[in-house]
Design a protein around this ligand. Structure first.
Ligand SMILES: Cc1cc2nc3c(=O)[nH]c(=O)nc-3n(C[C@H](O)[C@H](O)[C@H](O)COP(=O)(O)O)c2cc1C
Length: 350
């Protein structure tokens, strides 16, 4: 059984000194079937429709775990309702020098400054073409570090991956590519959306989402919400990792990069609630940042999320966490008298 295997492998992984080596080992184990993923059936109360897609449940794997699309089907079998691969850039890219990934066990957190290491559009497209299509798959698009025209990188990504994905994400919120987050400013974002949405319209109706940072000023959030509604983007993902360092204990707390995991739960949920208020429920929001339990998942839904994603909690709890969260979330919905996820969305907002 996969769950038993992880309880054996988990302590081994935690002892692999370098967090990136542990991650590579995990991907290899999944690819080779060393960790045979069980097939989890999720509760019908969690079934939903969003972005014109049918999801078995609202919980997704966040970008960055499977940057090169090596194990999307294996990850789905742990119970995820959607799996996002990437970020992928047009040309392959090595990323920052190692070490660049740190586990902060005392804080149940991760710091990464990977810098969009990935094998590029062609390699990911080839893998996705060969894959048996099952479940809902998103491709998260990035821009090359040395790109002269980052918006063109997103346009290319849309054209390459529209036929291979169920939804696409414009990621302008990674803190590890210099200048990338400046695309969230009003004028740059207006220019970006004015190009990527027509690019999407040119290749069909694949839903196009925008992924934002948790570290935005109030004015930036208002501008993003207004432009997102004006241009007709399909949804917002709130949020990426934070550059803040809220009250951490671990010896790695001073490392540069983006922080994720438990300390991100409160600030990312606050940003989500703010985007829900600003968009008045007119656009589905994806809540991500610090989810590690059914209570966390439910809190994001009540703050305004229609869809959820996680990554860091898997590092500490293993993939069996997915099924535990789904069971607990279904129980919480029933206990509060909700018949479906969409009925609970935003009910915690004041
Ligand atoms: C090692 C690592 C790599 C990541 N790489 C990406 C990425 O390539 N693109 C992206 O949009 N987000 C990336 N993220 C951010 C996650 O998708 C997610 O937004 C963030 O970690 C918050 O969720 P969590 O607290 O559940 O981890 C990465 C996160 C981690 C920990």
């Amino acid at each position: 059984m996969a769950l038993d295997l992880f309880s054996l492998a988990g302590p081994v992984l935690a002892r692999i000194h370098d967090a990136e080596d542990a991650h590579r080992f995990t991907l290899l184990a999944l690819k080779t079937g060393l960790v045979p993923a069980p097939t989890i059936k999720s509760d019908p109360i969690l079934e939903m429709h969003v972005f014109g897609l049918r999801l078995a449940n609202p919980l997704g794997l966040a970008a960055g775990f499977d940057k090169n699309g090596e194990v999307p089907n294996q990850m789905r079998r742990f119970g995820f309702g959607l799996v996002e691969v990437g970020s992928v850039t047009p040309r392959p890219q090595a990323g920052n020098p190692r070490p660049r990934l740190f586990r902060l066990a005392e804080d149940r957190a991760v710091i990464n400054r990977m810098g969009f290491n990935n094998e590029g559009h062609a390699a990911l497209a080839k893998r996705l073409q060969r894959r048996r299509r099952q479940g809902v798959l998103g491709v998260n698009l990035g821009a090359n570090k040395d790109s002269q025209d980052p918006i063109a990188d997103y346009e290319t990504g849309i054209r390459v991956f529209a036929p291979l994905a169920d939804y696409l994400v414009i990621n302008i919120s990674s803190p590890n590519t210099p200048g990338l987050r400046d695309l969230q400013g009003r004028a740059r974002l207006d220019a970006l959306l004015a190009r990527v949405l027509p690019a999407r319209d040119g290749v069909g109706r694949v839903p196009l989402l925008l992924k934002v940072a948790p570290d935005l000023a109030a004015d930036d959030k208002a501008d993003i919400a207004e432009l997102a509604l004006h241009h007709g983007i399909d949804g917002l993902i709130v949020s990426n990792t934070t550059i803040a360092r809220p009250g951490l204990q671990s010896r790695h707390r001073g490392e540069a990069g983006g922080l994720s995991g438990a300390p991100l739960m409160a600030p990312a949920t606050a940003a989500l609630a703010e985007f829900y208020r600003l968009t008045q429920g007119r656009m589905p929001l994806v809540g991500v940042g610090g989810i590690a339990s059914g209570a966390d998942a439910y809190a994001k839904i009540r703050a305004g999320a229609s869809v959820l994603q996680l990554y860091s909690a898997l590092v500490f709890a293993g993939p069996a966490l997915v099924a535990r969260i789904l069971t607990d979330l279904a129980a919480r919905l029933r206990a509060d008298g909700f018949a479906r996820v969409s009925d609970a969305v935003g009910t915690g907002s004041s």
